[in-house]
Design a protein around this ligand. Structure first.
Ligand SMILES: Nc1ncnc2c1ncn2[C@@H]1O[C@H](COP(=O)(O)OP(=O)(O)OP(=O)(O)O)[C@@H](O)[C@H]1O
Ligand code: SF4
Ligand SMILES: [Mg+2]
Length: 443
């Protein structure tokens, strides 16, 4: 539903939550490979520790999905989107937290109670090929969930399947065809009909158009919007493609390394993004003009491991706006220079050069005042080519590593970005909806 004006009064995305998620966590035990999770500890006997490492795929998220809306969920590969979607539907058991769906906590449900609930909540996956059994006729594929939930008799199911095939834009006469006779877009339509067969209220759509040609994507998205309107559906729509998210969403949640870092009305999010990660994502949308591409910010560095995510703000190891640590007398410029230098040492992005040239290159000749300046001087000396190396070092001593640790320890880990987890509600510029941004720049 792109614009409220298009929707009928009954299906207007309301403010009433259909799903309310609180403190939701999903951790996986890492069990790939024989030796994973085993570490060597010489202080004990036997000297190994089989303590399992846990992948914090979804780590303490709070949000609501409102009746009749499409909440878009976007973020880089591996940030936990699918895990979140699957946990909401209870295809996975949450590690912690509550999933309130129409007043009942799905997180607590098991067995038959959960099975019954599954008709209310459905999922559509990315790969329409893999999710359709090639040996079954599409009519039976659409009927299968109805049968599992004991809906209607054989004749009733056939009639409903044919109606649904038509609703999703297929020819009901194709009821007896096999999936291979359909194109990718048509197969995703079969999946839609199948999901709709049990009359759900809520559908998690996990990258439903990502595998389709761009020309087909918009058609399928439009059908999904029409169906939402007609059946009063609520969607959680997962995608990494921002143009798809922009097309379909009412509100958008941005996910990074297991956390939701920003959530706002679609227009507010795209026109007034407030989290540095969201800005970087928006800036990284490919632009056709290469000159323009160069002028745009890019996401630097690698996503940290979800096994051992950074403290405080999870984006801090890549954030271009990391906040100055307290306890030093910085000017904004001094901190900006120091931050750039710290980052460059960490990633070893410059060729070794004498200390004087480093001071010029990174600080325009003027080092920060006071204690910060002393630390920076020490770090510069460590990596400079005219560094006095007469001190005794063991063989594998690494000056870059020492400089890196000195800078990170003194500055990055002292920043509020590292010591406190951010969560702020800010004043929106577009509309009146709440705007959540997990960034201390809004403190
Ligand atoms: N069954 C599992 N066991 C262990 N780790 C898992 C499991 N499923 C997912 N993960 C890990 O959890 C993290 C989140 O994965 P998830 O598939 O939810 O990401 P995603 O955002 O959907 O990525 P993509 O955009 O590639 O689909 C990743 O680090 C992934 O390796
Ligand atoms: S909290 Fe700090 S590190 Fe995180 S996004 Fe904001 S400025 Fe960057
Ligand atoms: Mg996924």
């Amino acid at each position: 539903m792109s614009s409220p004006a298009e929707s009928g009064p009954t299906n207007e995305p309301g403010s009433e939550p259909l799903v309310r998620v609180r403190n939701l966590k999903k951790y996986f035990n890492q069990d790939s490979g024989l030796l994973s999770g085993i570490s060597f500890d010489s202080s004990q006997f036997p000297p190994i520790d089989v303590g399992q490492q846990r992948v914090k795929a979804v780590d303490d998220v709070d949000f609501e999905i409102r009746r009749g809306e499409t909440l878009g969920l976007v973020g880089e590969s591996g940030c936990g989107k699918s895990t979140l979607g699957r946990t909401l539907l209870r295809l996975l058991k949450p590690t912690e937290g509550t999933i309130d769906f129409k007043g009942e906590d799905l997180a607590e449900m098991t067995g038959e109670e959960l099975r019954q609930k599954r008709s209310d909540i459905q999922m559509i996956f990315q790969d329409p090929q893999a999710s359709l059994d090639p040996r079954m006729k599409v009519g039976k594929i659409v009927e299968e969930p109805m049968q599992a939930h004991g809906m209607l008799d054989g004749e009733g199911r056939e009639q409903r399947a044919k109606e649904l095939l038509e609703k999703v834009g297929l020819d009901p006469h194709h009821y007896n065809r096999y999936p291979h006779a359909f194109s990718g877009g048509q197969r995703q339509r079969v999946n839609l009909a199948r999901a709709l067969s049990v009359d759900p209220e809520f559908i998690v759509c996990d990258e439903p158009v990502s595998a389709l040609d761009v020309s087909i994507q918009a058609q399928v998205l439009n059908t999904m919007e029409e169906l939402q309107e007609e059946f009063g559906l609520t969607y959680l729509f997962i995608a990494h493609d921002l143009s798809v998210i922009r097309h379909i969403s009412d509100r958008v949640a941005v996910m990074y390394l297991g956390n939701i870092v920003e959530l706002a009305d679609k227009e507010e999010l795209f026109e007034n993004p407030q989290h540095p990660y969201t800005r970087a994502l928006l800036d990284s949308i490919p632009v056709p003009d290469p000159r323009e591409r160069d002028a745009r910010g890019v996401l630097e560095g690698e996503v940290p491991s979800p096994v051992n995510p950074p403290s405080g703000c999870r984006f801090r190891t890549r954030c271009p706006r990391l906040i100055a640590p307290e306890g030093y007398e910085w000017t904004d410029e001094e901190w900006a220079h120091t931050r750039t230098f710290m980052r460059s040492v960490k990633r070893r992005t410059f060729e070794p050069m004498p200390a004087g040239e480093l001071r010029q290159e990174f600080f325009g000749g003027d080092l920060p005042h006071g204690e910060a300046g002393e630390i920076v001087t020490e770090a510069i000396d460590l990596v400079a080519t005219d560094h006095d190396d007469s001190e005794e070092h063991d063989e594998d001593h690494d000056d870059w590593e020492e400089a890196r640790e000195l800078l990170l320890e003194s500055f990055a880990r002292e920043s509020i970005c590292a010591t406190e987890r951010p969560a702020y509600e800010i004043q929106p510029e577009y509309g009146t909806d709440t705007h959540f941004a997990a960034c201390h720049l809004h403190r």
